[in-house]
Write a protein that binds this ligand. Structure first.
Ligand code: HEM
Length: 494
């Protein structure tokens, strides 16, 4: 059996060093946040907007700025100062409709022309390719704000509601919102919050999130062991690795260098319904034949749907029992490749969310006779934050969602068709992926995000072929594709 080797301890630098003062902070390093507002806008006056945008540029937090903030946080912690360091971070990105409104030729951002999802926009992509439920008028069944023409998105992050609200007000004043000087209209501002207490870092189903993101050559100097680091161009346009699906380099306009595409999804999670499903379908025995209590069987079912335990420990390494020590160890918790699991779902089902969205060895080192498929261009940089309240007691007992909650999903990549769109359409929604012929049952859909006839195999480790049908636990209610330009791009072209 061939294996994918672990990455070297330190990664080679790219030919040209990355200009960290030119790249918006959320792309490479993630804006530091406890809370974050997603402010969606339409441009109402182009000339005034340009003038206002010029004033916004100094507010934008670059990667270099985020690194400085991190030093300040470290210093604060080291000196045992109480509370959080007050800090905010602002980033901006534009949709294709936004560039059209501004009269900017963005054709180099849409190499597939009229078919390119950045050009069609996510509203069209949702019903043609992503599988989102439709209404009778053919439009996606979304929150009405996302059916409007959204031209851009401003992200405002911070350590407290007070700082973020203050910053949002400053930005509204800067763009003259609610005055005769207005250059934009606020379409909707959605606030996300890191969950409280012990749930901090966990998404609403309760699983630790944000563990596995690609390490970037030239930025992440000593990545923890795990998937091989990727070229900066997998994330950044105009950099080495910014390739078309056939592997040839994309040709971008000079102003588009050092930007990235942001795929945003407004995803509602049916948490009580998810919990009920786990309760009703506990796994009876683990893969070693040990009888499980109903509670342990439900926990194992959830872990097998996600591919990690709620603690974050990967089931490929801790298949039948949670291992919180492993979960807390960044040197080990991402260092797995489904080795010895090619053609087998004993430890991890093929359709488990993390195996579907990053199949690792399954494609890079498949069994002999099947050609390896490089997955570097499929890696995405996930950001995003939870929204909505914690479960109420009543929701817990009724098993029914009464308050909207979920994930403001956001991911960056140098190509929407290679990244988010491909993961959702060709992997998550494809019941035959990964395509192993010796497996009699289809893997099924991604049990979290898959759209279509929702069922998957491999949940029962002792009956891998058994297929379990399941309702939809995640409901898409909006989204758009944006491009986050470099600082130079913002100053010189937009
Ligand atoms: C990983 C939850 C939506 C792609 C994960 C993990 C969790 C999770 C718990 C494991 C933690 C980690 O490895 O960082 C969710 C929830 C979602 C959601 C609750 C929606 C509400 C999506 C979407 C995509 C996606 C829409 C892309 C189409 C990924 C990827 C990974 C991941 C690429 C990392 C896999 C790896 O490298 O091992 N997600 N996710 N997720 N998710 Fe999601």
């Amino acid at each position: 059996m061939s294996t994918t080797s672990a990455p070297p301890a330190s990664t080679p630098a790219p030919a040209t060093p990355l200009d960290l003062d030119n790249i918006q902070g959320d792309l490479l390093s993630g804006l530091p946040k406890k809370t974050q507002t997603y402010f969606f806008f339409a441009i109402t006056n182009v000339a005034k907007f340009r003038h206002h945008l010029h004033k916004l540029v100094p507010y934008i937090k670059t990667v270099a700025g985020v690194l400085k903030d991190r030093d300040a946080i470290d210093h604060h912690k080291k000196n045992k100062h109480p509370g959080l360091v007050p800090m905010t971070g602002v980033n901006i990105s534009f949709s294709h409709k936004g560039f059209v409104k501004l009269g900017i030729d963005d054709s180099s951002l849409a190499p597939l022309g009229d078919e390119d999802p950045f050009k069609t926009g996510q509203q069209v992509d949702a019903v043609t390719n992503l599988g989102d439920p439709k209404k009778s008028d053919g439009k996606p069944d979304w929150d009405s704000h996302f059916l409007e023409d959204i031209h851009g998105l401003i992200l405002i992050s911070g350590e407290s509601h007070l700082s973020v609200e203050k910053k949002e007000l400053e930005i509204e004043l800067l763009f003259g919102v609610h005055t005769l000087e207005a250059s934009i209209k606020k379409i909707i501002a959605i606030r996300g919050d890191v969950r409280p207490g012990a749930e901090s870092g966990h998404e609403h189903f309760g699983f630790l999130d944000g563990i596995s993101n690609p390490a970037i050559i030239g930025f992440d100097k000593n990545p923890d062991p795990g998937p091989v680091p990727v070229q900066p161009g997998v994330l950044l346009t105009g950099q080495n690795g910014d390739n078309k699906a056939d592997g040839t380099p994309n040709t971008r306009a000079p102003w588009a260098t050092d930007g990235s595409f942001l795929a945003f999804r407004y995803l509602f999670q049916q948490v009580p319904e998810f919990d009920e499903f786990l309760k009703k379908n506990p796994i009876a025995k683990d893969g070693n034949g040990n009888v499980l209590t109903p509670e342990a069987g439900s926990d194992l079912l959830g872990a097998r749907m996600v591919g990690r335990w709620k603690s974050g420990a990967p089931i490929d390494l801790a298949p039948f029992k949670d291992d919180p020590v492993l979960a807390a160890d960044p040197k080990r918790n991402n260092d797995f490749f489904f080795q010895g699991e090619i053609n087998s779902q004993l430890r991890c089902p093929f359709a488990a969310h993390v195996r579907k969205t990053n199949p690792r060895n399954d494609l890079e080192a498949p069994p002999s006779g099947i050609a390896p498929i490089p997955i570097e261009s499929r890696r995405i940089m996930r950001r995003g934050i939870q929204f909505g309240p914690e479960l109420t007691k009543h929701e817990n007992t009724s098993g029914k969602t009464e308050h909207g909650r979920g994930l403001l999903f956001a991911c960056y990549q140098s190509s929407i068709p290679n990244g988010f769109q491909f993961l959702q359409q060709s992997w998550a929604n494809n019941d035959k992926f990964p395509p192993f012929e010796t497996q009699p049952e289809d893997p099924g859909l991604d049990p979290l995000i898959g759209q279509g006839v929702r069922a998957m195999s491999g949940l029962d480790p002792l009956a891998e072929q058994k297929v379990l049908a399941m309702p939809q636990f995640i409901i898409p209610k909006g989204g758009e594709y944006f491009f986050a330009p470099s600082i130079k791009g913002l100053k010189d072209t937009i």
